[in-house]
Design a protein. Structure first.
Length: 484
C-alpha cells in the first residue's frame, strides 16, 4: 500500500517534502540519476552502495534534545505554485529498443562539440584580419539553434557597437556574412527559409533539375510554397516530369541546417526505458528499470559523530551547532532514501495498472485493441491523484515487444462507432492516417471528404474533429499534400 503522503488532492497544501517527492516522481530514469548524483554530492550523510552497517536509527531523532533543538516548522505550500507544467523539463528523446541486458548500461552519447564552436573552428580555414574575424564570430554567435540569423544587419551593427565596442557598417557585415554562409552545414546563417534553400542549391553541382529548382526558389518561392504547380509549369514552360525532378531536389534540402545538432550538441541520445514489459508463458511481466532503485544508506560516520556529541558531558555552542548540522543531514538522508522507495513504488503500481488496463493490446500489439483510457481511470485504480499519474505518464518510456513508447501515448479519449461500441481515438487516428497515406496525391482529400470516408468505415466524426486529429498527426491540409 502506498504511504499516506501520496494520497492528496491538488487543492490541498503540501509540505516541502511532499513537493520534493512529486518532483522526483516526474523525473525519467536519466534525469533521476542526475538528481541522485546531486543529492550524493550535497549531502555527505547519504552514501551509495550496500549498507554494511545498521540503518539510521530513528532514536537519533531525539539525540539533540539536550541542545534545545528548535522544532522544525513545515510551511504550507500550494502545489500549483511549484508543480506547474512550465517547470517540467523538456527532455528530448529518440525511441530505441533495448534488450534485457542493456538496462544497466550508460546512455551512448557521441562525443561532440557545440554547434557554434564547430562553426567558429571552421572560420580558421578562412584568411581574415582581426576585425573581420571579430565580425564573423559575432555573426556566428547570432545564429540560432535552427541555423538561422533572425536579426537585421542594422541591429547586428548596432549591437556590436554597443556591446563589443566594434564599429563597422552594414556593407562590411554583409560581406563577412557571405563568408559565414560558406560554413557547413550548407544553408547555415541564412536569414529566412528562401535564402537557406538557395544557399544549399548554390553548393550543389549544377544540372538541369538544380538550375530549375534554383529559379523556382529565387523567382516563384510563394507559388512553390503554396504548391501552385500549374502556375510553375506555365511560368517556366517545362514538362511535369521536369518540374517533378526539380521539386524532388528542393524537398531533399534541409530547412533547419542547425537542427541536426540536436539542441546545440552533436550527440546521439538513446532512450533509457523506465519500464520493460515482456510476455512470459502467455503472461505479461513488468519490470522497473533497476537504475530507479539504487542502494543507498545513511553514513555510519555521521551516525557515530552524532552519538559522540550526544555522549559528551560539556556542550559548547559550537558543539550545539555541529549537532544541528549533523542531525539535519541525517534527517535529509533518511528522507531521501524513503522518498526513492516511495517513488519506485508509485512508478511500478501506476505502470502495472496501465499494463493490465491495456492487457489485450500488450499481449499481441494490435492497436485496435487499445481501450479508451484517461488519467482518471488509472488514478481510480491505484488510489492516487490524477496529477501523480500524469507525472508518471508524461515523462516515462516503456519498452514493449512492439517497440519503446512514451506511456502517455497509450492514453486516449473514447468515441462511439456506428455499432454503438466505444472505441479509442487512437484507433480513429490510425485509420485517418491510413486513408491519407493511400489517397491520390494528385488529388488529396479535403477534411470534409475525409469525414465522409471515416463515416463509411463506421466512425461518425465531424469535419472539425477530422481537422483536429489531422493536426495532431502533424499532417498538413490537402493543398499542401498535393503532388504533381
Amino acid at each position: 500500500m502506498l504511504k499516506h503522503s501520496l494520497q492528496f488532492k491538488l487543492s490541498q497544501k503540501l509540505s516541502p517534502q511532499q513537493i520534493q517527492l512529486m518532483k522526483l516522481i516526474q523525473l525519467p530514469t536519466q534525469a533521476f540519476e542526475q538528481r541522485l548524483e546531486e543529492e550524493l554530492v550535497e549531502n555527505p550523510a547519504l552514501e551509495n552502495g550496500k549498507d554494511e552497517v545498521e540503518e539510521y536509527d530513528d532514536d537519533f531523532n531525539d539525540s539533540s534534545d539536550d541542545y534545545d533543538d528548535n522544532e522544525r516548522i513545515e510551511t504550507d505550500i500550494n502545489i500549483d505554485e511549484y508543480l506547474s507544467n512550465d517547470e517540467t523539463p523538456d527532455y528530448k528523446y529518440q525511441a530505441n529498443n533495448y534488450s534485457d541486458d542493456d538496462e544497466d548500461k550508460s546512455t551512448p552519447i557521441v562525443a561532440g562539440i557545440s554547434f557554434h564552436q564547430d562553426l567558429i573552428n571552421q572560420l580558421n580555414t578562412f584568411i581574415l584580419n582581426d576585425e573581420e574575424r571579430n565580425i564573423a564570430e559575432f555573426l556566428v554567435g547570432s545564429i540560432d539553434d535552427m541555423g538561422y540569423i533572425r536579426r537585421s544587419i542594422q541591429d547586428i551593427v548596432d549591437d556590436m557597437a554597443f556591446t563589443q565596442g566594434l564599429y563597422t557598417d552594414e556593407k562590411t557585415v554583409e560581406r563577412i556574412l557571405l563568408v559565414v554562409q560558406e560554413l557547413e552545414p550548407s544553408g547555415v546563417a541564412a536569414r529566412d527559409l528562401q535564402e537557406c534553400l538557395l544557399l544549399q542549391l548554390k553548393h550543389k553541382t549544377p544540372n538541369e533539375s538544380i538550375d530549375l529548382a534554383t529559379q523556382i526558389i529565387e523567382d516563384q518561392f510563394d507559388a512553390f510554397s503554396k504548391k501552385h504547380y500549374e502556375k510553375l509549369l506555365q511560368k517556366f514552360d517545362v514538362s511535369k516530369d521536369q518540374l517533378r525532378k526539380a521539386i524532388d531536389v528542393i524537398e531533399k534540402l534541409n530547412p533547419k541546417p542547425g537542427g541536426s545538432y540536436g539542441g546545440n550538441l552533436k550527440m546521439t541520445e538513446h532512450v533509457v526505458p523506465d519500464f520493460t514489459i515482456r510476455i512470459i508463458e502467455g503472461e505479461l511481466d513488468l519490470t522497473l528499470n533497476g537504475r530507479n532503485a539504487p542502494e543507498l544508506h545513511v553514513s555510519k560516520d555521521y551516525q557515530d559523530m552524532l552519538k559522540t556529541y550526544k555522549d559528551t558531558n560539556e556542550k559548547s555552542n559550537s558543539q550545539k551547532d555541529a549537532v544541528q548540522f549533523i542531525k539535519q543531514k541525517l534527517d535529509s538522508a533518511k528522507w531521501f532514501i524513503d522518498a526513492i522507495k516511495q517513488r519506485s513504488e508509485t512508478l511500478f503500481v501506476t505502470m502495472n495498472a496501465i499494463m493490465h488496463y491495456q492487457q489485450e493490446f500488450f499481449l499481441d500489439g494490435d492497436e485496435t485493441k487499445l481501450r479508451p483510457m484517461i488519467l482518471k481511470d488509472i488514478a481510480d485504480l491505484v488510489g492516487l491523484d490524477i496529477s501523480t499519474v500524469s507525472r508518471v505518464a508524461n515523462s516515462k518510456y516503456v519498452d514493449t515487444p512492439y517497440g519503446t513508447k512514451l506511456i502517455k501515448d497509450y492514453f486516449s479519449e473514447s468515441m462511439t462507432n456506428d455499432q454503438g461500441e466505444e472505441v479509442s481515438t487512437i484507433e480513429i487516428k490510425n485509420i485517418l492516417q491510413q486513408v491519407i497515406e493511400n489517397e491520390d496525391k494528385k488529388k488529396p482529400y479535403p477534411d470534409d471528404k475525409l469525414a465522409e470516408l471515416l463515416l463509411e468505415k463506421g466512425y461518425p466524426i465531424a469535419r472539425r474533429t477530422v481537422a483536429k486529429y489531422r493536426e495532431l498527426l502533424d499532417i498538413p491540409v490537402a493543398r499542401l499534400r498535393k503532388k504533381i
